[in-house]
Design a protein around this ligand. Sequence first.
Ligand code: 5GP
Length: 182
Amino acid sequence: MKKGKFIVISGPSGVGKDTICDELVKSGIGVYSVSMTTREIRKGEVDGKDYFFVTKDVFEDKIKNNYFLEYAIYNNNYYGTPIEFVENTTNNGINVFAILEINGAINVKKIFKDAILIFIMPPSLDELEKRLRGRKLDSDEVINERLDIAKSEISSRDKYDYIVINNSVDEAVKEIISIIKK
Ligand code: 5GP
């Protein structure tokens, strides 16, 4: 059986990664990897669906037990990709999507050589700031932190296999589908 692909999506916070990936999963082309994190659960999030929410102790224990394909610290919290799900699912011929911050994404390539790394770019930084403020999820302080992170993330985009600009969700989804089918 042909192996499924592991597709890693990164891009600045607020760029529309989640919307694009939701559409990709809805299209039936693949499934989500559910990450584990130590950050606080947000309103509307579901444990086991959006993330597995755990304490720092539990997370650090899992690191020791090689539970993660990769993990990283982002905004003072741990985030990691459980390895077993990605391996089993791709071995069964199913594509898996993971939305990762940049350090984790780059680490994936060291373990999963065939992974496809895609960086989603905003049309502009002004547009990104508008989107972050518009979704009213974070305080001004967190938004400013996220914009700073965005600027440094954008400067690493050359480490990715593909760069997709999110001018419209439909176009970005189509572009990613054609990348996967290549
Ligand atoms: P948020 O707190 O907004 O859900 O996510 C913060 C950042 O962590 C985002 O850039 C998201 O893509 C990233 N992230 C989520 N899960 C993982 C993971 O398993 N590993 C890594 N390296 N980053 C992750």
